[in-house]
Ligand binder design. Structure first.
Ligand code: ATP
Length: 977
């Protein structure tokens, strides 16, 4: 006779997610079960039905179809069906026949699953326990969010990322010199915020030309997938807000700034972080702000975290720079005059910090320190430093602490980070070669006329419609504008000797890539045509009016080491921010007018990753205005040697005078001499004042080293390869060694679906645990605890039921056969908003309790691994039967285990609270002391920290323990199996 009767409740062993099933009918051979919650009906063979009867016992809380709950006290049977008896939530005695149990009841909790006979594989249970352990370790690790990205560990970047991502709602200007890695810093900050739960949504606004580069960098280096939004994509969303289509949205500034409707949609979303690249283009003047500035101002007003990126913050003038700082902190930056006055004071602070370098302070050094040390705690350090009885150790500590305090309390360092090549070091040499050429007659004619006739310049401006001094500096453009009929005129590239010179240069350096930059789009296009027609050289053009796809295609054609083209011709703006460090020849076909633009050009090649000296070529017409501009750059400010960061000051002071001197050697000499004088005094100020402070602040070597060491610890974590092996195996991912520390991962036939990067029947991906190997290969991903595959596997285990029950056999000479033990794993549960990142103090923490049949706690005597290696697996059906036969006993052990675990909770809570207070109280004290001196510390930052502290305190206090997993262990003698 079949054990099934209509109305009985069963669950599927293999598909527990179907919910609670009801037997519809049965005969001798088959049973049909309806799973109402998932609207599925299944028919099984009676003899092998993978089903378990649901039977609750005393103390279980069950739900009726009508929604009310019953706490089971007893049960009885009527016509093969169970009727539960107990109290409802109002304390009334009620009966609930099993047929009226809620279909939606889930059996995911370890206790329910165990008692309903759902047992997982033993190795799943092992993996679950290890996952809990590693998850807690990684969540609290100081390198969280910084260790996974595929990057070289460069100290100034690590310092900035660690400092900025640790703040409440970071709002900073990342202003490292060109090519030092601002994108990487922003990526690190974003990654850390995301992993710690402090940010979930970010909007990234970048110039059109850089969208693809950002997309690729975020994916390849940070394994972050972003949604790239443009008008076409947005239209596909119809009436819905397209900015809601992803957590991380990347959009082109040109597109958004020109489109008020899309701006309103972007503003309507909730973001945690706004990133704006090449922020010097956000122009502002006291009279009027540009549309970009206005748009970012509105967004920055509503979004907590803001990162602005620019290598040349003052390119558009000091006022504009000030306005950008104001975007970050409107309260702090209210008056430009005050801001400039404060900057004067930085000279004294920098001098004081430099004075600290002296081993024993002489009188002038003491004076310099005395002039800025204005509070009791700094004063105490200074006294210690100069006290005759303090020993070398005390002095060293006081020196380091005072240095930190001075840096912290003065200057713009909290809002702006600027690293320069000078102190980062290790960058290649720049070599300039100037090739004088004779101007062709078409240009010479005009130049001679300009020499002879002072009034001709005005005429020329009217005739060409060009501006001054462009008309003098870009002679090809001038020639083209003068042509009566531009369509029929001989194109300039036919006779311009720079074109033939370039063709020869390309032949001479046939094996090398050459980047050519010209000021105008039209020049770049003409030049490419000239190269093709005159020399058969195909060089793609890269300019601001190309579509994104065209630009990326051009860049890819250039980047391809084997098949690619030798040269790429760019216009000024078209190439800004791009990575071309695989090439070390730069041809400046003409010169830009602003020193910062010149630096931007060289910065395309002189970037992290450049391995060769940089060859800069400038072909120039003898005696032309262009040659005079070149002299200004070389003699007035050494513009080609290394970035100096004062170009904007020089341009602001002499830009106009230089424009007037472009036709006159005598006045040029004067302008050069004056520029040189200002250049040198600015350099001296830079080294003494604000920039010196900025430099000292942009990287604190001690902290950077500590962060690098923490990352190094995770890189070398021996537990990771072991865990990975086990997890890949259990999730059904095939892993094949390719040699050279590289693995190839592919979905196996039994793989659990939905793992990132792996789809059955598809290729999979190559990956390595080794940072160096990953960096050397674009096509190889870097595996770490932070890789999406690991995070997904760990998340699935911790959020789901996988491995939360198991049964194993133990052969032990000292324990009689047939005894039951229960290995219970409890985990702390601490509901709190994600933004609090409570995991850094109290991640889900495992408490393991091992009980023998009598309820004695053996946890301290028998370790998890010690026990696990002696266990033997058992067939699922046998396991189910064993559990069924020990129901009551197991219930008792579960209750007893809970009481045992509860005893551990207070010490866990206390330790977490201590960790939290140590960390936050220290930070609060530091910030409050800072705020008294440095107005860049915002009051809302301090208040937010206080609020955070009390919210964390309450959340940790409310921590509870929940049973997470249970393994039943049954002893056997040597013969039994
Ligand atoms: N830590 C790093 N590891 C590996 N590569 C790096 C690292 N930092 C920077 N790079 C590489 O150096 C180049 C320059 O970095 P990035 O683009 O971030 O500089 P940037 O300061 O934003 O430049 P720009 O001023 O031109 O916008 C990029 O190709 C980047 O991938």
């Amino acid at each position: 006779m079949s054990e099934f009767s209509p109305g009985q409740r069963w669950i599927s062993d293999g598909e527990a997610e179907l919910g609670l099933g009801t037997v519809l009918n049965c005969d001798f051979r088959t049973v049909t079960v309806l799973f109402s919650a998932s609207q599925e009906t299944r028919t099984y063979s009676v003899r092998q039905a993978p089903l378990t009867r649901v039977a609750f016992g005393s103390g279980d809380r069950i739900q009726a179809a009508e929604g009310w709950f019953l706490t089971v006290d007893d049960s009885k049977e009527a016509n093969g069906l169970i009727v539960y008896i107990g109290e409802d939530d109002d304390g009334e005695l009620r009966e609930l026949p099993e047929v009226r149990l809620a279909d939606t009841m889930q059996f995911n909790q370890a206790r329910d699953r165990l008692l309903t006979g759902q047992v997982d594989r033993n190795d799943w249970f092992d993996l679950r326990f290890r996952t809990l352990h590693h998850h807690a370790r990684i969540e609290q690790h100081p390198a969280l969010g910084l260790a996974g990205p595929k990057i070289d560990l460069i100290p100034h970047q690590l310092y900035i990322a660690e400092e900025v991502a640790g703040r409440h709602a970071p709002r900073v200007l990342l202003a490292d010199e060109v090519g030092l890695g601002k994108t990487i810093e922003a990526g690190l900050i974003l990654h850390r915020l995301l992993l710690s739960g402090r940010a979930e949504r970010a909007l990234i606004l970048v110039p059109d030309s850089l969208t693809h580069q950002w997309l690729v960098e975020l994916l390849r280096r940070f394994a972050l997938e972003v949604t790239l939004l443009d008008e076409h994509q947005s239209l596909a969303h119809g009436d819905a807000n397209p900015f809601d289509s992803g957590q991380l949205v990347l959009a082109s500034q040109q597109w958004l700034f020109a489109n008020p409707h899309r701006q309103a949609q972007a503003e309507a979303c909730d973001w945690d972080l706004l990133i704006v690249d090449e922020a010097h283009h956000l122009d502002w003047s006291p009279e009027q702000s540009g549309p970009g500035y206005a748009c970012v101002e509105r967004l920055a007003g509503a979004i907590d975290g803001v990162l602005l990126l620019t290598a040349t913050p003052e390119q558009m003038g000091v006022a504009s720079h000030f306005a950008r700082l104001r975007l970050l902190d409107p309260e702090r930056y209210q008056s430009l005059e005050r801001f400039q006055a404060e900057e004067q004071g930085y000279v004294a602070v920098a001098a004081a910090i430099d004075a600290l370098e002296q081993e024993s302070l002489d009188a002038p050094a003491r004076d310099r320190l005395g002039a800025v040390v204005d509070d009791a705690d700094s004063q105490a350090l200074l006294t210690l430093l100069t006290h005759p009885e303090s020993d070398a150790d005390q002095r060293a500590r006081a020196r380091a602490q005072l240095r930190e305090q001075l840096l912290d309390r003065h200057g713009t360092g909290r809002v702006m980070f600027r690293n320069s090549r000078r102190h980062v070091g290790g960058f290649p040499e720049r070599r300039l070669t100037v090739t004088p050429l004779e101007a062709p007659s078409a240009y010479r004619r005009v130049l001679r006329k300009l020499d002879r006739d002072e009034d001709y310049l005005d005429e020329l401006l009217i005739e060409t419609g060009l501006d001054h001094p462009e008309v003098l500096l870009y002679l090809d453009t001038m020639y083209q504008a003068l042509a009566d009929d531009p369509l029929n005129a001989e194109p300039w590239w036919q006779f311009d000797p720079r074109v033939t010179w370039l063709l020869e240069y390309l032949v001479e350096h046939g094996d090398d890539k050459v980047l050519v930059i010209a000021h105008d789009k039209a020049t770049a296009q003409g030049l490419a045509e000239g190269l093709r027609v005159l020399g058969g050289v195909h060089a793609p053009v890269f300019h601001e009016d190309l579509s994104l796809v065209e630009r990326d295609r051009a860049a890819a054609a250039f980047a391809d080491a084997e098949e690619g083209c030798q040269a790429l011709v760019c216009s000024e703006i078209g190439s800004e921010g791009r990575n071309f460090q695989f090439c070390h020849h730069l041809v400046m076909f003409d010169l830009p007018q602003h020193p910062d633009q010149l630096e931007q050009r060289i910065g395309r090649l002189d970037r992290i990753g450049q391995r060769h000296p940089i060859e800069i070529q400038v072909p120039v017409f003898a005696g032309s205005p262009g040659e005079r501009l070149l002299r200004w750059y070389r003699e007035g400010m050494d513009a080609f040697g290394a970035p100096h960061g004062v170009g904007n000051d020089l341009f602001a002071a002499f830009g106009d005078a230089l424009a007037d001197a472009l036709l006159d050697d005598e006045s040029l000499e004067e302008v050069i001499a004056e520029t040189r004088a200002l250049f040198e005094s600015r350099l001296a100020e830079r080294d003494a004042g604000r920039n010196r402070l900025l430099e000292l602040n942009a990287c604190r070597p001690g902290r950077a080293e500590a962060t690098a060491a923490a990352i190094g610890e995770l890189d070398a974590d021996k537990a990771l390869p072991r865990y990975l092996d086990q997890a890949l195996d259990i999730f059904g991912v095939d892993s094949q060694e390719l040699g050279g520390k590289i693995l190839h991962l592919r979905a196996g036939p039994q793989m659990l679906d939905g793992l990132p990067g792996l789809v059955k029947g598809e290729e999979g991906f190559s990956a390595t645990l080794d940072r160096g190997v990953a960096l050397a290969r674009d096509d190889v991903q870097r595996l770490s605890w932070e890789h999406p595959l690991l995070r997904e596997m760990m998340g699935r285990i911790l959020d789901g039921a996988m491995g939360n029950t198991a049964l194993a056999l133990l052969k032990h000479p000292a324990i009689p056969t047939g005894r039951v033990m229960a290995e219970l794993v409890f985990r702390t549960h601490c509901p709190a908003p994600k933004k609090l990142h409570i995991n850094r103090f109290l991640p889900a923490t495992a408490v393991r309790v091992l009980l023998d049949e009598s309820g004695a706690n053996l946890s301290d005597k028998v370790s998890f691994t010690g026990l696990a290696k002696n266990l033997q697996k058992v067939k699922k059906a046998v396991a189910r039967d064993l559990i069924k036969s020990r129901h009551e006993q197991l219930r008792e052990l579960l209750d007893k285990g809970e009481a045992e675990a509860e005893r551990e909770l207070p010490s866990i809570v206390e330790a977490a609270q201590r960790r939290m207070r140590d960390s936050l109280d220290g930070e609060l004290a530091r910030l409050s002391a800072l705020a008294r001196h440095n107005p860049a510390v915002r009051e809302d930052e301090i208040q937010a920290l206080r609020d955070e502290r009390s919210a964390l305190d309450a959340a940790i206090e409310g921590a509870r323990l929940r049973l997470d997993a249970v393994r039943v262990i049954v002893t056997i003698d040597n013969e039994t199996r």
